[in-house]
Design a protein around this ligand. Structure first.
Ligand code: TRP
Ligand code: SF4
Length: 429
């Protein structure tokens, strides 16, 4: 299987992502989260990398950050809402929040003008993000307006070769150089909360759809490659290896490690002490000698929503998704036309029951419209037992959606007035 971030295909079997790419099942850590988000409880967020690091930061009230981004190339729809909810949830759990409006990506990959990117960025994405509850202490920025991000992107490029870009993204001789640069910009988006000017190294959680995993694999690798020291447990000792580091620097570092150790020209082997403690010493030393000491980012992966008519949701087909800015009547009409898992006739439905797993209306309940787990379960059971008819569900979904959208759209208008209280880098009213 190949994941391509720019041509989202359907993923038939999410469990393949565990074996092929080493994404871990989210279900395994769910019980350690005190009040998991609806999307976590429902298995919509199905996978993660290194979420333990985030759990630990939340448990110990240590600094951590949440970071994600949106390409301003179309309408904000229910799929984008999921990422926004995850960002806001982590912000409420104490994370510093960073949101990139990926205008460099939209300009280089989708060919949108800078002006159009600004307009869509604010009108679609930023307003909904604020309306959903993003707090002003977070940082929202247009990629093109963040010098820190662009400088870091350039620097990260010193560790990436063309062959690697080809291997990860399937780029070819026809790929534009700016498209490739936008990949480095995304890696910089993800790593920049760890720069000194943003408070230094910290765990960063990146909530994304599964299609974005190639970016995370590259970025995690880059974090390691940019660092001056590699710390590894090797049997009964911990090895701290320098990259391009002088023997004097190694000795300087070794002096700070208060445990039994052996110092070599390019590395130190440490025979006592906890990993975490040694990491902290090495990290401080690296920072004081001008290094990054990046911690590789963690990530969560959520499932894609099905298109309303079945098949995949596509931004070029407005009938396939609900936009957060859809007029209420139109949204309702889309729900009424949605594909269900029903049997076609009332008699058959009563006899055989419906298939909620194949039902887009049920998906709307599960992902978005019904917060209460018991209520969702009740609908599920009534569906499979044949007690429920699709008309009932559509009516309910239409009502719930319209009342949610109405409220959201009012909040969006209020957000317009609130905009000035937010730091939106690259936006001027
Ligand atoms: N590439 C992402 C998309 O197409 C947008 C994005 C830009 C992003 N920078 C990011 C996502 C950083 C996560 C983290 O939707
Ligand atoms: Fe979907 Fe409801 Fe029909 Fe079941 S009864 S298939 S949940 S619309």
């Amino acid at each position: 299987m190949k994941l391509n971030p720019w041509e989202v295909t359907e993923i038939e079997d999410y469990s393949k992502l565990f074996e092929e790419f080493g994404i871990e099942p989210f279900s395994e850590i769910l019980e350690r989260i005190p009040e998991p988000h609806r999307l976590m409880r429902r298995g919509v967020i199905f996978g993660h990398r290194d979420y333990e690091r985030i759990l630990e930061a939340m448990e110990r009230k240590m600094p951590f950050a949440v970071m994600s981004g949106f390409m301003p190339s179309g309408k904000i729809h229910l799929g984008g809402k999921m990422v926004m909810e995850e960002i806001i949830w982590h912000q409420k759990m104490g994370a510093d929040a960073y949101v990139a409006i990926a205008d460099m990506e939209a300009h280089s990959v989708r060919g949108l003008s800078w002006e159009k990117c600004k307009e869509i960025g604010i009108e679609e994405y930023v307003l909904s993000l604020i309306a959903l509850g993003f707090e002003p202490r977070g940082r929202i920025y247009f990629q093109s307006a963040s010098l820190e991000v662009k400088d870091l992107a350039f620097e990260l490029g010193t560790e990436v070769t063309l062959s690697e870009m080809i291997a990860i993204y399937g780029f070819s001789g026809e790929t534009h150089a700016s498209h490739m640069f936008s990949v480095l910009v995304q890696a910089a988006d993800i790593l920049h909360p760890e720069l000194e000017e943003f408070g230094g190294p910290k765990p960063v959680i990146v909530p994304v759809g599964a299609d974005q995993d190639p970016h995370l694999r590259l970025t995690r690798d880059l974090a390691d490659r940019m660092n001056k020291f590699l710390i590894e447990r090797r049997g009964d000792y911990i090895s701290v290896r320098g990259k391009g580091v002088s023997p004097e620097e190694i000795e300087g570092l070794a002096r700070l490690i208060p445990f039994e150790k052996k110092v070599y020209e390019g590395h130190v082997d440490v025979f006592q002490g906890e990993m975490e403690e040694i990491k902290k010493i090495v990290q401080d030393f690296e920072l004081s000698s001008g290094g990054y000491a990046f911690i590789p980012p963690s990530s969560t992966y959520h499932r894609f929503m099905t298109g309303l008519l079945g098949g995949k949701m596509s931004s070029s087909k407005p009938e396939s998704y609900i936009a957060l800015t859809d007029p209420l009547e139109e949204a309702k009409r889309k729900v009424m036309r949605a594909k269900t898992g029903g049997q076609g006739t009332v008699e058959k439905q009563r006899e055989l029951g419906g298939k909620p797993e194949e039902c887009v209306v049920f998906e709307l309940f599960r992902y978005h419209l019904i917060e209460d787990d018991d209520e969702l379960l009740r609908i599920y059971e009534e569906c499979i037992s044949g007690e429920r008819l699709c008309g009932d569900c559509k009516k309910l979904a239409g009502e719930l959606l319209v009342s949610w959208l109405k409220d959201h759209q009012e909040k969006r208008e209020q957000a317009r007035d609130l905009l000035r209280e937010y730091e939106v880098v690259g936006w001027k009213s």
